[in-house]
Design a protein around this ligand. Sequence first.
Ligand code: T1G
Length: 679
Amino acid sequence: MSPISIKKHGDVLIVTSNNPPVNALGHAVREGLVAAIAEADGDAGVKAVVILCQGQTFFAGADITEFGKPMQLPMLPTVVDIIENCTKPVVAAIHGTAFGGGLEVALASHYRVAVPSAKLGVPEVKLGLLPGAGGTQRLPRVAGVGKALEMAATGNPIGAKEACAIGLVDRLIEGDLEQHAVAFADEVKAVRPIPKSSERDDKLAEARANPGIFDEFRKANARRFKGFDAPEANVKAIEAAVAKPYAEGVLDERRLFMELMTGSQARAQQYFFFAERKAAKIEGLPEGTQPRDIRRVGVIGAGTMGGGISMNFLGAGIPVTIVEMAKEALDRGTGTMRKNYEASAAKGRMSADQVEGAMALLTPTLKIEDLADCDLIIEAAFENMDVKKEIFGKLDAIAGPGAILASNTSYLNIDEIAASTSRPQDVLGLHFFSPANVMKLLEVVRGAKTAPDVLVTAMQLAKRIKKVAVVAGVCHGFIGNRMLMPRQMEATKLLLEGATPEQIDKVHVEFGMPMGPFQMADLAGVDIGWHRDPGRIENIRDALCAADRWGQKKGAGFYDYDDKRRPTPSPVVAGIIEEFRAREGVEKREISDQEIVERTLYTMVNEGARILEEGMAQRASDIDVVWVYGYGWPVYRGGPMFWADSEGLAKIVEGLERRGFEVAQLLAKKAEAGEKFTR
Ligand code: T1G
């Protein structure tokens, strides 16, 4: 059965795609579209064509599962040209997400109508690619060069209303899409000549009048596109659309597309697309496990984390009761939340009404008993086991039956916390990352007794608050922080042996990380986890803390900071390290960048392998999702485990052994067998 069906409504041929879940433009769909256009061309009784899709969305793009496999004809560029050259006007009727190849099908159609909730975009750059079926040539001709640059190089979609305002959509449809699209087709069926996007030139004038538009765009986005290959290729392809006739520009597009498609970044980013979706799936749960209802959330602690966590739920329209011990702390916490919202409003990301709407859903209180009507309670208090146990003991007495009790601890033992209640099956970890209202990652820590429906509830809730959730087992530091520890430890040892903070950070930044271990320590706070005794100096960090160098917040840490928080290498820190070297009797030596990679990144991979061995992560790709969304690992390297596969597991084992590290069994075994973690 072809996923494409056709039917006639008067003299309009309705071409419908039904290829769940997202009408991806796989081989059968492409074949079906070509056959449908041939039918329209061949039937004199047909005066116009409407293309629409059943299910959640219009075509959401090429079928990504076909990438890397031998391509089957017809290819999408051929299909869109056939649509554009149809002798009858073709109307694309859009709902859901007209993305990538889907928008290219719509651009090759002669008219586009859409429901107001629809989104239109070319997210190929997020897969390390560019729109390879004429999109880089037709989009600027229809939407204008500035908008095309923004949409293609960032991959962010626009709404149908904006698309209508800029002429990308010809009409917004309220009510039945098929019916109104057919009516629209009826209106335009006699219009000649038939408007072809590839022949339009009017919207290119703006760029021809201002050739600097491309370099201005590059300059404005340099930081954002750093390290990525695809954004520049998108810009180049659109430049070709302005400089050359369509037939030539489309050849540039094809060449640039193939260069990207055969590159390592595209492979990593396409791997990551599926890794992110797999992370949402929990293996081994009873079929049909239903989530619990979450109508109100309680948060204990109105500090940085408590406030950020609350904002996620308020932003999703879920009322929050937030508890603090002291009024001053409560007022400070809720005040900070309002300030953060007002800052978003000032940047145009929220309206004043939305700010008031969110704050209206917040109930501050000094009484923990006020959490009795909450379906989920998240504890974000001081990182101390006794404090946690005391709080969970109280919650056990207060919370209603079936309420879920969660801790935002970033490394403490969830099973031990759960054991301080009579309902360990209702307890789990929900580890948010700071700033909690911004960072996308949520580690869902599955306790030994956590019930299946509690897990399912957490995963579903994560989607509601726009987080990417990854299931982690109970171990010290769960997935992310557990792999961070060997990296930080080796980085500190390397300082002693002769490297400098700036050398080590440079290696990580050049690798694609947003910052290196020491810039990160200074941002998070060098004093996190410090024993607070200035008299006890056992390592470089103790010495910095004793010297009041707690990081950016103190204007000094591993670096000195100016009033704009710009870091400069610190002679004081160099002196402290020198002192320590003498005290520890360590001989200073030359440290190569390769040694830094081996000791700070190979050790992370090694710890990742242990996490998999112990079942503390369901799959290697989950580890990659944690590191990309929680620690800024460059997505164009896929994540630590995908990168390890690209680097070669045998090479990593050899490097670890040569540096004297004990290699995780799973890593050694896979290297031996020539296997990989992620593919
Ligand atoms: N191909 C194959 N499978 C896809 C797919 C695609 N394009 N898009 C989604 N899926 C699968 C996904 O893996 C998941 O499977 C299920 O559909 C539901 O997805 C020449 C080359 C459309 C906004 O980049 O952004 O066109 O996990 O969980 O949250 O120029 O999916 O259930 O087994 O994400 O409702 C360009 C990618 C392709 C869009 C829906 N298009 N998709 O989000 O569901 S490149 C894209 C999305 C291209 C041409 C080029 C989202 C969505 P499973 P989901 P959702």
